[in-house]
Design a protein around this ligand. Sequence first.
Ligand code: ATP
Ligand code: GCO
Length: 230
Amino acid sequence: MRKDISTHYKEGSTLCFLFVSRELVTVYIITCAIMIVVIMGVSGSGKTEVGSLLAKKMGWKFYDADDYHPLENKTKMSQGIPLNDQDRHPWLCVLHELIMRERTSGLHVVLACSALKRAYRITLTTGKTPLNGECPCEENEDLSSYTIFVHLHGSMEIISKRLEIRTGHFMPLTLLQSQFDTLEPPAEPEIYITVNVERDISEIIIELQEMIKHKTNQTVCSISKSNVLL
Ligand SMILES: Nc1ncnc2c1ncn2[C@@H]1O[C@H](COP(=O)(O)OP(=O)(O)OP(=O)(O)O)[C@@H](O)[C@H]1O
Ligand SMILES: O=C(O)[C@H](O)[C@@H](O)[C@H](O)[C@H](O)CO
């Protein structure tokens, strides 16, 4: 009869199980990669609110891409001028470097980032883009199989109502239409979840936790088994 002698030990994100019988040791190693959860969507869709709360609940790290915009980008937006591909490129490269660094930190990461176009999401995950060439990073790794895009989806009507009452933010409501015009919702082969934001935040978080758990099991955990004869 098999006896589980070590039950399990946890180191980083790897779980190891040893099963010992009279003549055989079976070693199962389950490796779950560090996940990058990008909370994306138009301005006012709730990226900061949902992303920070989700990270807090899960004990994960949280970053807000707005904190990494160069001053010129923030100035432009606050003057009511939408950013273009050239404006966003260096910012996306900085974010790519950030999530690459985080891959070795041992904690899952939540990044709130508009990531409106497919090409922007490619830059985020690979450091490359069909629009502007490669990022000037020392090393680029393709993180697409470890990245889940959570698209916060809501109507122009609801989101503009929320922005009307938001205070102390550089992004004006007048830019909302251009955000919707630029948006390319995520699609296969991207790993993504679409969440309706037109309900209570606590409901959104509960649903997201479940959906992320499900996606994580599907996409980034692998199991290896080996037998050692005694
Ligand atoms: N589910 C929700 N129900 C009600 N209000 C919400 C919800 N989600 C976010 N809000 C509110 O809507 C406003 C916009 O949310 P938030 O600032 O998180 O959006 P954002 O996507 O990060 O915007 P930006 O990209 O412009 O920084 C905030 O005032 C926030 O408190
Ligand atoms: O790609 C973009 O146009 C920007 O990231 C914007 O989405 C703003 O940063 C954000 O909405 C303001 O917080």
